[in-house]
Write a protein that binds this ligand. Structure first.
Ligand SMILES: [Mn+2]
Length: 506
């Protein structure tokens, strides 16, 4: 039996948000809207009975329904009314799909596959993480799902959204936890058409049949042989051209909305405070510090750590992505920490380096200040009015570091800079730590681009370099949102001035 569907959700979809409507697209809000209109507050959900194949219907209240991810009605501490994922409303998800459809040629379809559950060893799996473009366009966080967005006309909003996913299955859900099901695909996630993913072989061909182009990143070939997906597409439409979808989604994802920036600011603020708090304390081992960071990110309001942190004492910081984090810490060393939290699937990327004793030695201070000066000046260029690209910022960073290190007595001839500063100064950040893969660092920075600025100096234990700096590593990294005329630093709570770091122990 079908849920009583309020047309309000459809109206909101067609005419924009309806003021005063809570969670305009969710079946539950639709139900509560119905309630305000004195319609029954109970929702009738049909389950197939696994043992007999009989259908039976049961009435459950909105908050008793279970979904594969938080929704406002079941998790009001995580989601506000109207939001599908933290900070991102159903309306924003619709706008993203509408913009994508607008960028497709007439008659084209976009096809996306959900991420697969990844296994660590044997039956032990990693926490599920949705494929970023799939997440960006739907907010739907389950494996075994597919999205087809059909362009249906020339205007914003002219598209049909098909979401194929797992139908409700109480027996299977008892083992693996609840998932959302086909009704929620329509009523929570606002799909125009929901389908059972196990019927993909019959559902997909008619959608592809009349398409002028297919935009997808699903593999068409594996070791020279067509994949199952390719065979399905070819059987349905042997002449259709296939294009990569990623570049089109990248163009949308590269410029962040105010809601996305707010999420990244929240992740940056929480994570920055945690890192400053870590600087206040004594640490004996890298493991203790790593555990503190991951725990504090999570209990302070982030979803959890955004990536495996680098916690590197002394010379181990010379390994750019040292993540073993299992050595003892020496009070005479600095520690290099590259760690950040994630909020609503948006990440923040922060690196800080500080003396474990709380006081910089003269050599530590010199090297630290050299990197800090360059970092500050490059951050100040993260504004649209500077006309910069990430690649140009990198060259400016190289020039700045060469200059600073020469002043400190380094011989900067030959390949010195490539050894001392072997990585790029920055990358885009967003849903991914290295966001919008393939987007390129040659794009002029525009308001809404979010990037990192992370110069570093890593001095090998080698006679080529001044003795008192050997084995030292410094990286200072902020996540920054480009604005018209000034950078918006997302991670400003992580202190970085020498005086501020030292004052934390006073
Ligand atoms: Mn980074």
């Amino acid at each position: 039996m079908k849920l009583p569907r309020c047309i309000a959700a459809r109206l909101a979809r067609q005419h924009g948000p309806i003021h005063g409507l809570t969670t305009p697209y969710s079946q539950l809000a639709a139900a509560s809207l119905c309630a305000r209109r004195r319609l029954p507050q109970k929702i009738t959900v049909a389950y197939s009975s696994w043992w007999s194949g009989r259908k039976y219907a049961t009435a459950v209240s909105a908050t008793e329904l279970q979904f594969g991810q938080p929704v406002h009605e079941t998790h009001p501490h995580i989601l506000k009314a109207g939001e599908i994922t933290p900070g991102i409303t159903a309306q924003e998800y619709h706008d993203r799909r509408a913009k994508l459809a607008l960028s497709l040629p007439d008659g084209a379809v976009a096809v996306l596959a959900a991420a697969e559950l990844k296994y660590r060893s044997g039956p032990v799996f990693f926490p599920f993480r949705q494929e970023s473009n799939f997440l960006y366009l739907t907010g739907f966080s389950e494996p075994e799902a597919m999205v087809v967005i059909q362009k249906t006309g020339p205007r914003h909003g002219d598209y049909t959204f098909h979401l194929l996913c797992r139908p409700k299955d109480p027996q299977a859900e008892q083992w693996s936890g609840p998932w959302s099901g086909l009704q929620a695909a329509q009523d929570v996630f606002n799909a125009d058409v929901a389908g059972d993913i196990s019927n993909v072989e019959s559902i997909l061909p008619p959608l592809v049949k009349g398409a002028t182009w297919i935009y997808t990143d699903i593999e068409m070939n594996k070791a020279g042989h067509p994949t199952d997906f390719a065979n399905l597409v070819r059987r349905a439409n042997s002449t259709v051209g296939v294009q990569r979808l990623q570049p089109l989604v990248n163009r949308l994802r590269a410029i962040k909305s105010s809601a996305e920036i707010a999420n990244m600011r929240k992740a940056g603020q929480i994570s920055g405070r945690v890192i400053s708090d870590a600087m206040r304390r004594d640490w004996k081992t890298e493991k203790e510090l790593e555990t503190f960071l991951n725990y504090q990110f999570t209990v302070s309001g982030c979803d959890g750590p955004a990536y495996v942190p680098v916690v590197a004492g002394g010379p181990r910081g010379c390994g750019i992505h040292y993540v073993q984090n299992n050595a003892m810490l020496d009070r005479d060393d600095m520690v290099l920490v590259d760690a950040g939290g994630e909020y609503g699937a948006y990440i923040t990327d922060i690196s800080r380096t500080w003396p474990l004793s709380g006081r910089f030695s003269p050599a530590q201070r010199d090297l630290y200040l050299a990197v800090l000066k360059v970092q500050r000046s490059v951050v100040s260029l993260c504004r649209e009015s500077s006309g910069m690209t990430l690649d140009r910022l990198h060259r400016i960073t190289e020039d700045g570091l060469r200059d600073q290190l020469t002043q400190l007595g380094f011989d900067m001839s030959g390949n010195a800079l490539q050894i001392l500063f072997p990585h790029h100064v920055g990358h885009y950040v967003g849903l991914d730590v290295h966001d919008v893969p393939g987007y390129g660092r040659h794009h002029p920075l525009k308001s809404g681009h979010c990037v990192t600025v992370e110069p570093g100096v890593y001095v090998p234990k080698d006679e080529r370099w001044p003795k008192h700096f050997r084995g030292m590593a410094v990286r200072i990294e902020d996540s920054v949102c480009v604005d018209d005329d000034s950078p918006f630093i997302l991670t400003t709570e992580a202190v970085k001035e020498v005086e501020d770091i030292e004052a934390l122990r006073d």
